[in-house]
Design a protein around this ligand. Sequence first.
Ligand code: GLN
Length: 194
Amino acid sequence: MATIGVLALQGDFAEHLAALKKLGVQPREVRLPGELDGLDGLIIPGGESTSMARLMDIYGLREPLKERVRSGMTVWGTCAGMILLATKLTEDRPEPLGLMNIEVQRNGYGRQVDSFEADLPVPVLQTKTAFHAVFIRAPKVLSVGKNVTVLASLSQKGEVVAAQQDGMLATSFHPELTEDTRFHQYFLKMVGVH
Ligand code: GLN
């Protein structure tokens, strides 16, 4: 049985824990470096990327987390989590983990559309039903590297909102805030659980 963790420093980790439990997984809350030991997958939740990065540094999690991902732990970042996974941000803060080859602008959809929802076709979910995605002060993906696969885009301007690079998944929206667990199932499939 695989062990799945949720980074529980800040943000909406409780909703991720609940979604995983709904799928029959007993997740581990991760706050300390030792809690990364033996994890097969880790979710970095939505929240405030600057606070999360600061707490990650205070708890000494940054390097061990990077090391675990580099040695094969599957990881998924939602919203603030996506910001933290990026190699490049348009602003100086926070310092991201620099793991996934995407360039991201925090709060990239601006004040007018601070929060919005969209129905996204997501072929990798292997169902025809669109995924109802909730965006809250969402990051905008400005560019993706060659080795990154786009999983979903917004229909109007085509902005990338879900992407994958090997064992790394990033979504600029919050599947944990809806009842739809298909993205969590997809992540578990990446880990090799289902
Ligand atoms: N705007 C937040 C940040 O910059 C992310 C918002 C979210 O996770 N819902 O960290």
